[in-house]
Design a protein around this ligand. Structure first.
Ligand SMILES: Cc1cc2nc3c(=O)[nH]c(=O)nc-3n(C[C@H](O)[C@H](O)[C@H](O)COP(=O)(O)OP(=O)(O)OC[C@H]3O[C@@H](n4cnc5c(N)ncnc54)[C@H](O)[C@@H]3O)c2cc1C
Length: 326
């Protein structure tokens, strides 16, 4: 019996996604509470499997090879079918996926084919006194925390928002790397054309990558937010945003913090022009310092702040930009 964690990676660069590494922390915790093994699985990349092996954060990694599909190629149905065939041969108690875009695509497909249950976009997982794995999900605008379990089905599947977790330390002297070939029924029908890397100019300022994050809200103008991005790039810090900002398209949802976005654990969060709605604040955990700048000294963000300044945040951004960007 095992807890299996699916390792998602960027096919073009053959790098495991950070969420695939941080979710190992969750998997190890659950496996230790259930008293089972913990293992990792990925599809069709010797390079990624080797990188994961060298981290020694799991005792065993399976690389499922796909015949006739070049390494670095992502085809969701083939990846899903490969996982299904792999799981059918094993006694897997729990199958965890990081809640990445790709896994949100594969996990429901695999769950349907294995005729099992899936809880998606889970914020926390724990094991109760009956040894049931319970998923916690905020629902109804953060008013309810739903505790969900999957009865009578295996593997119990979850996509987990683990980006706020830390990279787990190496725990095993050696990690065994097992290459396994599976035959996937439809692989002959798909013709590989080519794959490439999409360059993301914002990669260096994504909020989950930093200890210091500037959060931007509706109190800031678009010009100020553009300046914040430039300041963050220069200083090597992260940028987060409220839903009002991502809904207007000023920043993309990869910056969204909160119930509908990312959960982060920065050391310092600087909230500029953010009111402090619970749906946003649920995404900012365990900070040591929260500095808020708001024109309204009755804004709810005051209750979360270690330092509060009643001030025009746009004016402040202009001044900081003059100092940092000149
Ligand atoms: C189901 C559901 C899910 C949601 N999920 C999310 C989520 O994941 N993340 C999220 O962020 N929101 C989410 N929301 C929306 C959330 O409820 C709030 O509407 C949103 O967080 C508010 O964003 P804001 O603080 O930028 O805007 P506002 O609430 O409008 O606050 C703007 C603040 O800026 C201040 N201000 C104005 N001008 C200035 C100035 N010049 N200088 C300084 N301060 C100024 C104002 O006093 C105010 O406090 C969700 C809502 C629902 C219903």
């Amino acid at each position: 019996m095992s807890v299996l964690v699916y390792i998602d990676y960027v096919p073009a660069t053959r790098q495991p996604r950070q969420e695939s590494i941080t979710i190992v922390d969750v998997a190890r915790e659950i496996a230790s509470k259930l008293g089972t093994d913990v293992e990792g699985v990925l599809v069709n990349s010797v390079v990624v499997a080797t990188k994961m092996r060298d981290m020694k954060i799991l005792p065993r990694i399976y690389n499922i090879r796909l015949k006739n599909v070049p390494e670095g190629t992502y085809i969701p149905t083939l990846f899903g079918d490969a996982l299904v065939e792999f799981c059918k041969k094993r006694n897997i108690e729990v199958l965890l996926f990081p809640a990445t875009q790709r896994c949100r695509e594969i996990a429901p497909y695999v769950a349907a084919k294995l005729d099992t249950g899936l809880v998606a976009d889970v914020a926390e997982l724990y094991v109760d006194e009956r040894k049931e794995v319970i998923a916690v999900k905020p629902s109804f605008g953060e008013n309810i925390l739903a505790h969900i379990y999957i009865p009578d089905r295996k593997p119990k599947m979850f996509t987990v928002r683990a980006s706020a977790r830390k990279t787990p330390p190496p725990q095993y002297e050696q990690c065994e790397l097992v290459h396994e070939e599976v035959s996937v029924p439809d692989s002959g029908k798909i013709e590989y054309v080519k794959s490439g890397q999409v360059y993301d100019p914002d990669i260096d300022i994504l909020p989950e990558r930093h200890d210091i994050v500037i959060g931007v809200g509706a109190g800031l103008s678009k010009e100020s937010i553009d300046l914040i991005k430039a300041i963050a790039k220069k200083l090597g810090i992260g940028v987060g945003a409220t839903k009002k900002i991502t809904d207007k398209g000023i920043l993309s949802t990869k910056f969204l913090i909160g119930e509908s976005g990312k959960i982060i654990r920065p050391r310092i969060y600087v909230a500029l022009g953010i009111s402090g709605a619970p749906q946003h604040m649920t995404g900012v955990k365990d900070y040591e310092m929260l500095i808020a700048v708001n024109v309204d000294d009755r804004a709810p963000i005051l209750n979360y702040s270690t330092h509060f300044y009643k001030s025009d945040a746009n004016e402040l951004v202009r001044k900081i930009a003059e100092l940092v960007l000149r």
